[in-house]
Design a protein around this ligand. Structure first.
Ligand code: NAP
Ligand code: MG
Length: 477
């Protein structure tokens, strides 16, 4: 049934890994003064890739001070046209080093090379190009004739799209004249550190970008630092709530991009083959480690059997394995902790009475793996229909009428994204109006573009990133 494929590994020799990395503060890699170090592993092999610094509060303070100096003396007063030159330069270097960055991202995160190469890294460059274009036009962006930067931005990002989330944070902040201190996720620091090198290569003035690696405590020290003007966070709803509490009563501006439990809604008039590809892309792209993943399939009852048959057939052809193999569709789960969470919630799904089916596939012995999985017979009360699993696990529900689809889709504490599959344009527009989700995709899923704002309703957070809207979070208008 399945074809044998010869291995097609991307060479990792293009990546020059150091055995240990310091913090990037004030334009230089420096040692910690009050932190420690930890090991970063490849989730596909558990091989130790490098020793990373865990920044202490003193390190975070040094980074914020460097960012403040750079904002006051250099970056804040600089004209938008001059700032744009640096951003364009960074964007071009990102393109020049694209292959290296893609390999590094797949090595550290576990995502398939075809995704890091064709999606993550091209989008990273695109966001820098896009915001470079805004830097000298901020007076025309609709936020008043002379909007000002906020100052120092403290930014905390998750591990699922390490370099892309960095771009979403740093590109608009810098374009608007802010300086930044960014904390990458503990398990995926390497591409942020490569980005620090790129800042040096672009001759970015010292202190404009600072990278403090570490875990939750480092993130907390950053968002709670008194001299941070703006907090931008992407991550779980739980930590987002803690951050909202921590900054309440201060005059810090905050944007929160949190979790999701998106409905991917398939009507009986949908082009079924395309919808199957959209369902697969919606939940198995990036191993389902996607905040806007289509993790709830809502399929119209009259086509449910056909859709499920075809979906299972398609899932059986997905190639799970080595992230650096160019044929791989589904890579490794990012960490042992995340794998444990996916397993635990999947067991809850079975215990609650849903029926579990996994694609037949051989999983490597070492590393963290989970097969593409669907649950049928799921009801709205089931935890697997309500909670974010953040893995390659799809919950399938059915509906009869468009009104029922809307009601089920909106029956969630989240509101980040949704998908609609139908032949009828009028139905797409009607659904888009009814769905309480920041992004609604029609006959496609998981499409990203720098010109398009992204963000959530309800427990998916507040504020928008991307597009003209994304400037607002970094301007005093
Ligand atoms: P997480 O646990 O909330 O972590 C996110 C980041 O916050 C990490 O860098 C983490 O550090 C740090 N952190 C942890 N505790 C903190 C605290 N008290 N104060 C400040 N920072 C703290 O989320 P995750 O598990 O890594 O990421 C998955 C979640 O992110 C999912 O819920 C997903 O939906 C969401 N997400 C949302 C979007 C979006 O745009 N809406 C995009 C991607 C992901 P360490 O991890 O290093 O310990
Ligand atoms: Mg890692």
């Amino acid at each position: 049934m399945a074809f044998e494929y010869a291995p097609a590994p991307e060479s990792r020799s293009i990546v020059d890994l150091q055995s240990s990395y310091g913090l990037f503060i004030d334009g230089a890699f420096v040692d910690t003064t009050d932190g420690r170090s930890f090991k970063s592993v490849s989730p596909a092999t558990e091989e130790v890739l490098a020793e990373i610094t865990e920044a202490g509060p003193g390190d975070v303070d040094r980074a914020v001070k460097a960012a403040r100096r750079a904002h006051t003396r250099v970056w804040g007063p600089m004209s938008g046209a001059e700032r744009a030159k640096y951003l364009y330069r960074i964007a071009r270097i990102l393109q020049e080093r694209a292959r290296e960055l893609a390999v590094l991202e797949s090595l550290d995160n576990g995502k398939p090379i075809k995704e890091s190469r064709d999606v993550d890294v091209p989008l990273v460059a695109a966001y820098f190009f896009y915001y470079a274009g805004w830097a000298d036009k901020l007076g025309y962006a609709g936020f008043g004739p002379n909007p000002k930067s906020l100052g120092v931005a403290g930014q905390v990002i998750p591990w699922n799209f390490p370099l892309l989330m960095l771009a979403w944070k740093i590109a608009p902040a810098l374009a608007c004249g802010n300086t930044v201190v960014l904390k990458p996720a503990e398990t995926t620091s390497l591409t942020a550190l490569a980005f620090a090198e790129i800042c040096q290569q672009a001759d970015l003035p010292p202190g404009v970008v600072n990278i403090v690696t570490g875990a939750g405590d480092t993130g907390r020290a950053l968002v709670e630092h008194d001299d941070v003007d703006k907090v931008a966070f992407t991550g779980s709803t739980e930590v987002g709530k803690a951050i909202a509490r921590a900054v309440a009563g201060t005059d810090k501006k905050v944007t929160l991009e949190l979790g999701g439990k998106a409905a991917n809604i398939v009507f009986d008039d949908a082009p079924i083959d395309q919808a199957i590809e959209g369902i697969v892309n919606g939940i198995f792209f990036n191993q389902g480690h996607v905040c806007c993943a289509g993790s709830r399939l809502l399929v119209q009852e009259s086509v449910a059997d056909e859709v499920l048959d075809r979906l299972k057939r398609r899932m059986a052809t997905l190639r799970v394995g080595d992230p650096l193999d160019k044929n791989t569709d589904v890579g490794a789960i990012n960490s042992a902790e995340q794998l444990a969470k996916i397993r635990a919630l999947s067991e809850v799904g079975e215990a609650e009475g849903a029926e579990r089916w996994s694609a037949p596939c051989e999983l490597p012995e070492r590393g963290f793996w989970f097969p593409p999985t669907i649950f049928t017979g799921v009801s709205q009360a089931h935890r697997i229909a309500r909670e974010e699993i953040f893995g390659p696990v799809l919950s399938v529900l059915t509906f009869r009428t468009p009104a029922e689809a809307v009601e089920k889709a909106n029956n969630t504490p989240f509101g980040l994204s949704a998908g609609v599959w139908t032949d009828k344009g009028s139905r797409i527009l009607w659904m888009a109006n009814q769905l309480r989700a920041g992004v609604v995709w029609a006959n496609t899923f998981n499409r990203f573009d720098p010109t398009s704002p992204f963000g959530g309703y309800k427990e998916s957070g507040y504020g928008r990133e991307g597009g003209r809207h994304g400037l607002e979070a970094y301007l005093n208008a």
